[in-house]
Design a protein around this ligand. Structure first.
Ligand SMILES: [Cu+2]
Length: 429
């Protein structure tokens, strides 16, 4: 009954699934039996023609009592014992297990092999050999989950956790982060490739990528680092706003910090932004950038700066692999879904909650047609026109009790986007 689990690719997948199915089947059996009996009795002994029936006064039945105590006890003890035995296997990697370090960081996975080879968001292991993953996080709680191997573990900052498995067949398997870790959590994915022993050895020894890197001109190396360190998760190169400011025309730009002071984005400023981002937070942006202290060396910082320097006009925008989120065919989505996507992409999410909590700005929950007061004491109704003005010219009408901290989206969203956002806000009623 109900066989729905993903492919079994590790040697203990079979046991995990077996006990999972036993528990599900027992639950389904008792649910059907109890609810079935309940419905049957309700129909069979319903009140008829306004006549009450006397029910016999049954005082108890020793044999029944014994059966329904002993049988469930045996089932529960069996499930607990089997589960504990399986857990033991999962927590005791064999001594000869190959160790791979895994580092989680918003929003990507880095894998380090014993010979120094490092990969991002994809890792390769040999088939039929025990593999132990020693994992830690650089920022928040993540969770590493390989469904086909039936293993999952939290990945915790300041602490090591581990997983082990023995892949029984070659193939490509999905890895998910299963601990909500912020904006791009759903895109924190990786791929596991299980290959033959020989292929694995060849892959591990192949350092052409590293040699290529060493031979690259700094700006090109910088472009690669921009992608491999995941700067691209938060910084675009084509002028669009992501979680952080775009890198387009960043070099030598004059800007404002959150405390109102000004800066010039020269080499030293960029360097400080990478090593100690919270010390100088750019105005209009959340203090959301992780520090790369200890992860980048001076040469790499130079390369990143060289890359940023090349982005001085639109013609310089390099071709990058498309981000998965851009692959979504927006035409296929309903206006409400498009609005929700914009809400996340345009980072309304960092300042406006959907559940009534107060962030930097008012919650979107119950916003539609809400009556409120502005800073100057006048009142407003949050209708279409008001929301549109709030998005395009937020500082013209400041909601009472809130700072004038919202950036204007003038020129960044079109009429379609605005009407999608409004549909999304309406749907939150
Ligand atoms: Cu995560």
């Amino acid at each position: 009954m109900f066989r729905y689990l993903p492919e079994q690719a590790s040697d203990f997948a079979d046991e995990v699934d077996w006990i999972h199915h036993v528990i599900t089947d027992i639950s389904v059996f008792f649910t059907v039996a109890i609810v079935g009996a309940m419905i049957y009795f309700a129909v069979r002994y319903r009140r008829r023609n306004g006549v009450d029936h006397e029910t016999p006064a049954i005082q108890g039945n020793v044999y029944l009592e014994i059966i329904w105590t002993v049988v469930p006890t045996i089932i529960c003890v069996f499930v607990a014992a089997y589960g504990f035995w399986g857990y033991q296997t999962l927590r005791q990697p064999p001594d000869n297990a190959k160790i791979i370090n895994v580092i989680g960081q918003k929003w990507s996975w880095t894998f380090q092999y014993e010979n120094g080879k490092t990969t991002r968001n994809t890792f390769v292991v040999p088939v039929d050999e025990p593999i132990k993953l020693v994992m830690t996080s650089r920022d928040v709680l993540h969770s590493f989950f390989i469904p086909s191997m039936r293993v999952k573990s939290d990945v915790v900052p300041g602490q090591y956790t581990f997983l082990w498995f023995n892949a029984i067949k070659t193939g490509t398997y999905n890895v998910f982060c299963t601990e909500y870790c912020g904006l791009e959590h759903s895109r924190m994915l990786a791929t596991l490739e299980v290959v033959s022993r020989a292929e694995y050895e060849r892959w591990l020894a192949d350092d052409s990528e590293e040699r290529l890197r060493a031979a690259l001109p700094p700006a090109e190396l910088g472009l690669r680092l921009y992608q491999s360190f995941g700067c691209n998760d938060c910084h675009s190169v084509d002028g669009t706003r992501r979680v952080g400011p775009t890198f387009l025309q960043l070099y030598n730009k004059e800007g404002l910090l959150a405390d109102g002071s000004t800066y010039v984005a020269d080499e030293n400023y960029i360097r400080r932004s990478i090593l100690d981002p919270s010390a100088e937070v750019t105005q209009g942006y959340p203090d959301a950038m992780p520090s790369y202290e200890g992860q980048v060396d001076d040469e790499q910082i130079d390369a990143i700066i060289a890359f940023i320097r090349t982005l001085d006009d639109e013609a310089a925008i390099p071709e990058l692999e498309e981000e998965p989120i851009d692959d979504i065919d927006r035409e296929q989505l309903s206006p409400v879904e498009r609005g929700e996507l914009l809400y996340r992409e345009r980072i309304c999410v960092t300042c406006h909650s959907l559940d009534g909590t107060r962030l930097v700005g008012p919650t979107f929950q119950g916003l539609w047609m809400k009556e409120g007061t502005l800073e100057d004491g006048s009142t407003y109704v949050a209708d279409e026109e008001y929301i549109r003005r709030s998005i395009l010219d937020p500082n013209a009408e400041i909601t009472q009790g809130y700072p004038p901290a919202m950036p204007s989206y003038e020129g960044q969203v079109d009429d379609q986007d605005i009407s999608d956002l409004i549909e999304f806000i309406k749907s939150l009623d």
